[in-house]
Design a protein around this ligand. Structure first.
Ligand code: SAH
Length: 239
């Protein structure tokens, strides 16, 4: 455990300024990732061990632009092009935890974006179906997820506010963009006992909500405040 005594900023410096080796090496990313897990997730209350194991495993830095690779494990959302963002690590973990996955589920994600959250879900459930409205983002995510050897992810380009009815019902649905209200098709595509985790609010901010389908309605819980880009579409914000 001698390595733990190396102050973290030394490593960060090595990542950003190594001249001989301009590509940051995997070892540095592993350190940055572990620090992120400790300081941003565990210290703030992420407790589901499966979520923690999954975040530890996924190389978040491959999902960001090469130009900002050194910020991949920062405590913030990051641009992924087309005015969209890769969510802050804490938020991805919080949403994943909120879905209460145990491993055998079929999950629908709306807003593939970079594909980072998709990879996280693929580690936590049986099958992931993910819809993205911007084709270029979906293509890029497909390439990355193939490279990482995920075989339990299906991607689709289209308006995710109408869901993906062919594979319904889902045990869990996650929406990674802010909505004015829960889209009715997503509620309809949720199995009884299933959970929908979705940020609901306006452009200034949203409340992360968990809606659990019961035999005769939906149980609503708040999981805290958040700020996401807009969910645009038929049952979201108007474009
Ligand atoms: N989970 C992603 C977050 C991406 S930001 C990540 O971690 O990288 C939200 C994404 O939702 C954007 O890529 C945006 O294009 C997408 N989006 C917005 N409205 C959508 C809709 N109606 N259907 C599908 N995707 C949508």
């Amino acid at each position: 455990m001698r390595r733990r005594r190396v102050p973290f900023h030394t490593i960060e410096l090595a990542v950003t300024t190594s001249v001989k080796n301009p590509e940051p090496i995997a070892h540095d990313f592993a350190w940055a990732r572990e620090r992120m897990v400790q300081e941003q997730l565990i210290a703030r209350g992420i407790a589901d061990p499966r979520v923690i194991v999954a975040v530890r495993k996924i190389p978040r830095h491959v999902f960001v632009d090469p130009g900002i690779v050194n910020r991949a494990y920062d405590d913030s959302a990051l641009p992924i092009g087309d005015k969209q963002t890769l969510s802050q690590p804490y938020m991805s973990a919080r949403m994943s935890e909120g879905l209460r996955l145990v491993g055998g589920e079929k999950v629908l994600e709306i807003g593939t974006g970079s594909g980072f959250q998709t990879a996280l879900l693929a580690e936590l459930c049986f099958n992931v179906f993910s819809v993205e409205k911007i084709r270029a983002l979906s293509r890029r995510a497909r390439a990355l997820l193939d490279q990482l050897d995920y075989h339990n992810i299906a991607l689709h380009v289209g308006d995710g506010t109408i869901g993906w009815s062919e594979h319904a019902p889902y045990h869990a649905i996650i929406v990674t963009a802010g909505a004015p209200m829960a889209p009715q098709p997503l509620l309809d595509q949720l199995a009884v006992g299933g959970r929908l985790v979705i940020p609901i609010g306006d452009e200034q901010g949203q409340t992360l909500m968990r809606l659990t389908r019961t035999r005769n309605g939906f149980k609503k819980e708040s999981l805290g405040e958040c700020k996401f880009v807009k969910l645009l579409g038929k049952y979201g914000w108007r474009e």
